[in-house]
Design a protein around this ligand. Structure first.
Ligand code: PHE
Length: 348
């Protein structure tokens, strides 16, 4: 080892070497040998210290001072690097300057949330939610609902009949239900009044697709039966329901209509949600929007399920969920609900 001609210069060089080596250490295990190398008993520092007594008096003080500064600097670098390594996250390095990766948020389909509001309001009024099969027998979809064999809606163009032979021929052929009303019959066959039920579900009709028709859509059916339920109760329940759904100032109108399974029957309109009754393109210049069908349960329906029409009375109503969602959100084409375009669905 060469005799240090200029210990001060060598200390400077040693400090640069130590600083570089410490900065490059990747673990506490790599720091310990550096401490030994630069500060240990066999280090160049130790040798330089041994030279001090032999140095000239002027140099002595200076070398001692610089040697102490070197020692302090290397010790503090070792400490800082130890702390920095301990705080470094384990695993692959994380670049905190990279933009974050957002987790895409799911949301409810507008039909699901509209259905949720409808059922929420009706269950709060005491109606119990019940579901029924989409693959249905002619008996429940038609016969028991007082829809005679020769009624036009029986024709195959109005209903999807299913080829599979009926497992219960007495109940007629199998079909995809064209409304949720068959569940009224199923429940009344099983239970005695009083009844207060709501039935959500999919229904099917072979309509050609256009902005207001789809071969599958959703309905919510309501049925209330006891010994004294009247048309006034029907009006009260539906008025209350429609005002809760469309706003406290919603105007309603009950217009006489015909359904085979209710008598008397009505269609319920609300004042147009776009023009408040003045007349616009949404309501076809009529000022009113048809929102649901309803009526007092027909005595023949009670007879079909074994109820005595002299002792019970009740009302039923049915509404289309897509139509209500379209009116609530200003959607003008029913097909948008089923195309699964996230640019549309993400707006709800
Ligand atoms: N089932 C009828 C339809 O689909 C709606 C309705 C239900 C009407 C209950 C009256 C009573 O058009």
């Amino acid at each position: 080892m060469s005799e240090p001609a200029a210990p001060l210069q060598e200390l400077e060089q040693l400090l640069a070497d130590a600083t570089g080596a410490i900065a490059q250490a990747q673990s506490a295990g790599q720091l310990e040998p550096l401490r030994v190398k630069f500060l240990g008993r066999k280090s160049r520092l130790a040798e330089i210290m041994k030279l001090i007594p032999r140095a000239s008096p002027e140099e002595r003080g200076e070398i001692g001072k610089r040697a102490n500064q070197f020692k302090a600097a290397v010790e503090s670098q070792l400490r800082e690097r130890t702390v920095a390594l301990a705080q470094r996250p384990t695993g692959p390095g994380i670049d905190v300057t990279l933009p974050g990766i957002t987790t895409p948020q799911g949301r409810l389909h507008p039909i699901t949330s509209t259905l949720g509001s409808i059922l929420g309001l009706l269950t709060a009024m005491g109606f119990e939610t019940i579901e029924g099969p989409e693959l249905e027998y002619e008996r429940y979809n038609f016969d028991a609902l007082n829809i005679p064999r020769d009624h036009p809606s029986r024709e195959s163009f109005d209903t999807f009949f299913v080829d599979t032979p009926s497992p219960e021929p007495k109940k007629g052929r199998l079909l995809l239900r064209s409304h949720t009303s068959p569940v009224q019959v199923r429940v009344m066959e099983q239970r005695k009044p009083p009844l207060r039920i709501v039935v959500p579900g999919k229904v099917y009709r072979p309509d050609p697709l256009d902005p207001s028709h789809s071969f599958m859509f959703h309905q919510v059916e309501g049925l209330m039966v006891d010994d004294r339920t009247s048309f006034a109760d029907l009006k009260g329940v539906l008025d209350e329901f429609l005002r809760a759904l469309f706003g406290a100032n919603t105007k309603t109108r009950f217009r006489p209509h015909f359904f085979p399974f209710t008598e008397p029957s009505a269609e319920v309109d609300i004042a147009c949600t776009s023009c408040s009754g003045v007349g616009c393109s949404t309501c076809g210049r009529k000022g009113w929007l048809e929102i649901m069908g309803c009526g007092m349960v027909h005595p023949n329906v009670f007879r079909a399920v074994g109820y005595d029409p002299e002792r019970v009375q009740g009302f039923a109503f049915g509404m289309g969920v897509e139509r209500i969602a379209m009116l609530k959100h200003g959607v003008t084409d029913i097909r948008l609900f089923f195309e699964n375009d996230l640019r549309f669905l993400g707006q709800f």
